[in-house]
Design a protein around this ligand. Sequence first.
Ligand code: FAD
Ligand code: MLT
Ligand code: ZN
Length: 479
Amino acid sequence: MSPSDHVQAFRDLLGAVGVVDDPQRLATYTTDQRQLFTGSTLAVLKPVTTKQVSDVVTLAARLGIGLVPQGGNTSYCGGATPDASGRQVVVSLERMDAIREVDPLSMSISVDAGAILKKVQEAAASAALLLPLSLGAEGSCRIGGNIGTNAGGLSVVRYGMTRDLLLGIEAVLPDGTIVSDMRKLRKNNTGYDVKQCFVGSEGTLGIVTGAVLRLAPLPVRRATAWLKLAKVAPLAELLALVRRESGELLTTFEFMTARSIALATAAMASPPSVGPGSGGAILLEFASSSRHLDLDSLMETILAETVEYEWVEDAFLAQSGAQRASMWELRETIPEGEKRWGGSVKHDISAPLSCIQRFLDVAGVEVRKFHADLELSVYGHVGDGNLHYNILVPQGTNRIAFTRLVEASLSLRLYDAAAALGGTFSAEHGVGRFKRHLLEKYGDPGRVAAMRRVKTAFDPAGIMNAGAVVRPLDPEPVY
Ligand code: FAD
Ligand code: MLT
Ligand code: ZN
């Protein structure tokens, strides 16, 4: 069969609107989020039902065509991007975007895997509940992609990552078998937790078509503060103090350096008046669903203590919803600010909280050894031990060439530093195609061997997202 016969066979299953092969419309599906790599796809398949997904997978297996599941294509690691062989097809879940059910008493929401995260948040909020997953890409990323990457974000410190929110799953295995386990149970000790295999699997074990997610009570009280850090502020001790004094109320502890703040400010139409201290800044938030707690006065007491310790030069409590929103906008605009600057080489590292300062010190030395004039944008979810340690592309430099140069040398020194402290080269963005060699280099060999066995057991023919995350036990097929 020729490639056009293959496309026609998929069209017979999905109808004309379910198969896109117009080269102009394919471009957005074949280039990764950071525009570092463009692959190729025979077509983009857009099923609307789980049965159609199963039919597509069964047909692809029969034809020997590789499949690349795609949600919002916001992966930073090329996880949703097909390779250049032309033997893979992208399966986009974008037409499977229904909210199936919000169950207020079970505090759960059941959705199609193609539902956009923001839409799911809104559906939960309309029932006075919170889907406690929030990230900068929430307007375009989809639940299947969030599960695929085990996405974290801006409130992990309180609610955990996607893994912690997943109650049930519906998925199609690489031979077309449908796993239909959309239960809302918090407790279910009946053998292997199969749904968790899909979390962080980045499309290599099957295609998720539905999910049940845990919800939390919707906060009705929030206290949001901006802390201007002193130069020598000990981040881990500061977090420990805030955590101890605020208990379960702490939802956000985001760190930003002055450079990252300046990049965001430059990209904002009306930047807030708050800026960094000599050690950067922290965005701190407490939230509660109780109307009876006075979060502002608790926050003020804690802020006063941090100033007393001389860890914080000055602190501001948001006095209105608008002030709160502009503090958040500042934090969330940093990635856009980096983009407008001309790009950055991203390092999504994490280290034990007690080692964060040590990582910053060692990494700073490595950067200066590499080049005295490099500029950094360092920020992140320090409440989770996760730093985005990004190197800004020097003005007038080719972004892709600079990225390749840094990734072949300095990046490895930074990952060495994180690894030496018990940390990792990818805290939340995943492995995808771009970081598979890093998993081979830094992953525990036993763990990588176990991953290869899981991959081979789920997908013996290797049709699912070949080239991403981990090599199978058998030689990898050329898709
Ligand atoms: P895609 O990019 O489409 O896919 C991601 C991976 O999941 C791929 O390997 C793909 O094959 C697989 N996949 C997609 N759908 C399915 C499915 N239905 N079944 C099986 N596998 C599937 N990430 C964070 O964790 N925290 C952040 O704070 C954060 N902030 C971001 C901010 C911005 C501005 C951007 C652009 C990205 C950010 N990310 C963040 C990264 C990214 O948004 C997340 O990884 C997100 O979860 C990916 O969702 P997606 O729908 O775009 O998935
Ligand atoms: C964030 O935390 O804003 C993202 O994960 C990092 C990024 O977009 O570079
Ligand atoms: Zn992040």
